[in-house]
Design a protein around this ligand. Structure first.
Ligand code: ADP
Ligand code: MG
Length: 681
């Protein structure tokens, strides 16, 4: 049993007390059978009218016991699939039963399947409980009865003065009227008449007290993580900004105010000598790369190296091309390192990285492998943070320093998937946080339509129209096949098929399995307008920038995540013309899928898309951390409880300042295994 309980994380009294019910049953009153409605879970009492053994009709015929129960207001059938002789005998006509279960509409009447029941002897009325009955998350072999007993015992222990320390200091009391003990008591055993709706919405003051505490603990643990980093030294990068000035002068556009503001914040961080840990968010196309480039230039001007890591080859390649184009004229050497690079070539690159021969290194996760040693890395930039773990990010940062001297690299994290502030604050409290909240001028919102596959013909006409007037279009295949080879094959088929249907249009193809130079050749042809319709797998999620392309078709759009759709859509809407995105789907669609596509149609702002995504999928999915347990909050929910976050932040700061001795106990209580934060992503 101990083993089973420990599977639920229940080792000590405190664990039991913080194992909270996820719903309640109202056994405080008897409901007349006549007023039962489908879906009601309640307590009823009645007499057995008759009982019979019968068989299910469909499929394998299963034996079942049907007990007809009446109470003068109406009748209900109790259905048991598992029963023994003794039970059958007990449930004889005339026997009085008290049952708790969920009423459902069966074949033609209301029934309860496997209700809990007790036989009521002697017509005497058995007293009802005066508290709502908690239902706890459980596991095989741990019954609700046991969990209720355990919590009851633990609550009694609390009452005898064996107090659970309340780490919210007195002067935080105005935040909430409940003490920790009162809050726990209420949540485990709400009194008769407690508002169940309020409890389900987790808006009761007792719950709010606990939710707040959990969020404070979560926030504190990230602040701690951040402080650990801050104790280490980092290079102080004070540059005259010569290189940055030259770089900006050569750009064909002026920086947006948002880019200026964020890069200034970064340059300030780099000066300080304390390791920078900054997350930069910006919608697709907001120009994060330029901001990253400026940070690199600062590092280079100070005689150190900068590394930029991206999660995929294609994204990394794109950055490499940009950086070469921007930096080589300034006399800076840029190196490329990816997992694909093998043998002699790899050795050569590693050699360059370990000497002063190159200043900027771009690549994939290959950048932080053990055999890569840097000459004097001072800045590590990761693009698309959510695909890397803290651990990976840290292992790159820890490669900093010269001659074995312990230094941490400054870290800049850029994410193209905007994360709502609420989530960022809880998930990334260890990071400073800047937003590029402005798009370069001239971007037009993309009109998005959602169309079933059956209306493909209409879509083809749209493509013809666009191409006839000199525009270009993308056709994105998001395929059903798991294997990349099959996907690429299917993309080839799509290209051929579209070419047949649209004989006057030059249709090209690009996919992940092509050689880099082949891909490049196709992309260049598309840029020059020689290809009018470009069929692509989702490789174009990142990358190409063709202002003349004003139409994007996404096939099987229902299969993609919202942020991915938003990224893809960001490829159009970059020119003068009004742009369109057609989301084709294969029906029938479920509710969530419908809602998701509607979000794309109605929302063009990436932050808003992300917010909706979070609501529909939950933070674990959005951050890609579902399996690893980050944000597996016991009771808090960053979307639902967003309104508390400002309080949480204030309270955490206050505890950290005035009651530092309470910080660790709070973290231990709610988060316990601090290790899990080493495995985000
Ligand atoms: P993202 O933030 O999605 O990574 P990029 O850095 O790829 O965006 O920038 C998208 C495009 O916008 C690029 O072609 C880039 O050159 C261009 N760009 C960046 N900043 C500006 C600006 N201030 N004005 C005009 N275009 C810009
Ligand atoms: Mg980018």
């Amino acid at each position: 049993m101990v083993e089973r309980l420990s599977r639920l994380g229940l080792h000590q009294i405190q664990d039991v007390l913080f194992h909270l019910p996820y719903r309640y049953e109202d056994r405080t009153r008897l409901v007349p059978i006549g007023s039962l409605r489908h879906g009601n879970s309640c307590m009823i009492e009645g007499k057995v009218d008759h009982a019979e053994v019968s068989f299910t009709r469909k499929g394998k015929r299963r034996r079942m016991l049907l007990v007809h129960l009446t109470d003068g207001t109406g009748g209900v059938v109790l259905r048991f699939f598992h029963f023994n002789r003794q039970q059958q005998d007990n449930l004889a006509p005339g026997v009085r039963l008290r049952c708790f279960g969920e009423a459902r509409f069966g074949a033609s009447r209301l029934e309860m399947v496997h209700p809990e029941y007790t036989v009521v002897r002697d017509e005497q009325s058995v007293p009802l409980v005066d508290e709502l009955t908690p239902v706890y998350p459980s596991t095989d072999g741990v019954s609700q009865r046991l969990l209720r007993q355990l919590t009851q015992q633990c609550l009694s222990i609390l009452q005898t003065g064996e107090n659970l320390d309340d780490y919210f200091p007195e002067d935080c009391a105005e935040q909430n009227t409940y003490t920790l003990e009162q809050a726990l008591r209420y949540v485990h055993r709400p009194p008769v008449g407690a508002d169940l709706n309020q409890l389900y919405e987790v808006k009761h003051a007792a719950q709010v007290r606990l939710v707040t505490e959990e969020l404070v603990a979560q926030h504190l643990s990230l602040l701690e993580l951040r402080q650990q980093g801050r104790h280490q030294a980092a290079a102080s990068l004070q540059s005259e900004q010569q290189l940055i000035r030259q770089f900006i002068e050569r750009l064909p556009f002026a920086l947006t105010d948002a880019q200026k503001k964020v890069s200034q914040a970064i340059l300030n961080d780099l000066k300080s000598g304390v390791p920078m840990m900054r997350l930069v968010q910006g919608d697709v196309g907001s120009g994060k790369t330029v901001v990253a480039a400026m940070a690199c230039l600062c590092a280079v001007e100070c005689g150190t190296q900068a590394a930029l890591m991206a999660p995929t080859e294609i994204l990394a390649e794109q950055h490499y091309e940009n950086f070469k184009k921007w930096f080589e004229p300034l006399g800076i050497n840029v190196a490329w390192l990816s997992g694909q690079l093998k043998g002699k070539k790899r050795r050569e690159v590693l050699e360059k990285i370990s000497t002063s021969e190159c200043q900027v290194i771009v690549g994939t996760h290959a950048l932080f492998q053990p055999d890569v040693s840097y000459h004097n890395l001072s800045l590590s930039i990761t693009d698309e943070q959510h695909r890397f773990g803290v651990e990976q990010r840290m292992s790159l940062a820890e490669k900093a320093g010269v001659n074995g001297e312990s230094r941490l690299a400054h870290q800049l994290i850029m994410t193209a998937t905007p994360i709502p502030r609420s989530l960022a604050m809880t998930a990334y409290a260890d990071l400073d946080y800047s937003v590029i909240d402005e798009l370069p001028p001239g971007r037009k919102p993309v009109t998005t339509v959602v169309i079933p596959e059956e209306r493909r013909q209409q879509v083809l006409e749209r493509i013809s129209d666009a191409c006839r007037t000199g525009r270009q279009a993308y056709w994105v295949c998001t395929l059903v096949e798991e294997s990349e080879t099959l996907q690429c094959q299917a993309a080839e088929d799509t290209q051929q098929h579209l070419q047949q249907l649209l004989p006057d249009i030059r249709v090209g193809l690009v996919h992940g399995r092509m050689k880099a130079d082949e891909k490049d050749r196709i992309m260049q042809a598309f840029k020059r307008g020689e290809i009018q319709l470009l069929v692509a797998t989702t490789v174009i999620e990142v990358g190409v920038d063709v202002a003349n392309a004003s139409l994007m078709i996404i096939e099987n759009a229902e299969r993609l995540g919202l942020s991915q759709l938003h990224q893809l859509r960001g490829r159009v809407g970059r020119g003068e013309e009004a742009s369109h995105c057609v989301l084709m789907f294969k029906g029938p669609l479920g509710d969530i899928a419908k809602q998701r596509l509607a979000v794309m149609r109605e929302t063009s702002c990436g932050f808003e898309v992300a917010r909706k995504d979070l609501q529909l999928r939950g933070p674990g999915e959005v951050l890609g951390t579902r399996q690893t347990g980050l944000l597996q909050l016991k009771i808090a929910d960053v979307v639902r409880d967003e309104y508390l976050l400002d309080d949480v932040k204030r309270l955490a700061a206050r505890i950290q300042q005035n009651y530092p001795e309470n910080v660790q106990p709070l973290i231990d209580r709610w988060i316990g295994d601090a290790q899990r934060f080493r495995h985000i992503g």
